[in-house]
Design a protein around this ligand. Structure first.
Ligand code: ZN
Length: 205
């Protein structure tokens, strides 16, 4: 099986650095879906250490990002420019806040996701959802929960895209044990590239 570790919502002072340390110790490459938060140096470091820098949106504020097609692209372009300034490369790999399957966008713009999933691809982006939610975004999730909710859903001989957040201390604490479990069970770790086949949920708006 293949595992893509994906980290959303960063970079974040105090957690992203430690996650990068642990990935380095385990010699694993991952994918970071970044926002306009956190220091530039952490994006630079992740990029220099061979991880994929992908785009999540600048603000991640649903009512703004999903208020219209124009506002979605305004937000995406803002983080895109940030990444280009730091890495010198334009990233065409994206993840929608809440995933392409989100229902929250319904509140702000009916049918928006149905339009965007096609339009981003027409504009040359590849978007990635996930196959396993580590549940680390839930405030009640402990380090143990994140470990258990990840390893129990791993599917051998398949592609496993794991949703995580490098803004979370609990994720930072769970990551080494998840990697070791996966290594013990012969999973291979990869980072998402433009050539990686898209992993997409069913659209709900
Ligand atoms: Zn997010």
């Amino acid at each position: 099986g293949v595992i893509y570790l994906t980290f959303d919502d960063g970079p974040n002072e105090g957690t992203t650095n430690i996650i990068l340390d642990k990935l380095k110790e385990e010699n694993i490459k991952a994918t970071f879906f970044v926002t306009n938060n956190g220091p530039d140096e952490l994006i630079k470091r992740a990029y220099d250490e061979g991880h994929t820098i992908a785009l999540h949106t600048a603000t991640h504020v649903y009512q703004q990002v999903y208020s219209s097609v124009d506002n979605y692209y305004k937000d995406l372009n803002s983080v895109s420019q940030r990444v280009k300034k730091i890495t010198g490369e334009e990233s065409k790999i994206i993840r929608f806040p809440g995933g392409s399957s989100n229902t929250i966008s319904k509140k702000y713009s009916k049918g928006l996701m149905t339009f965007l999933v096609k339009d981003v691809v027409a504009k040359g982006y590849h978007y990635f959802d996930w196959t396993i939610d580590s549940t680390d975004a839930m405030s009640k999730s402990t380090t143990e929960d994140i470990y258990n909710n990840t390893v129990k859903y791993l599917v051998p001989n398949k592609v496993n895209v794991i949703l995580m957040h490098d803004t979370k201390k609990t994720t930072m604490e769970a990551i080494t044990n998840i990697i070791r479990y996966a290594k013990d069970n012969n999973y291979e770790f990869k980072r998402i590239t433009y050539e990686t086949p898209m992993v997409a949920h069913k659209v709900n708006n």
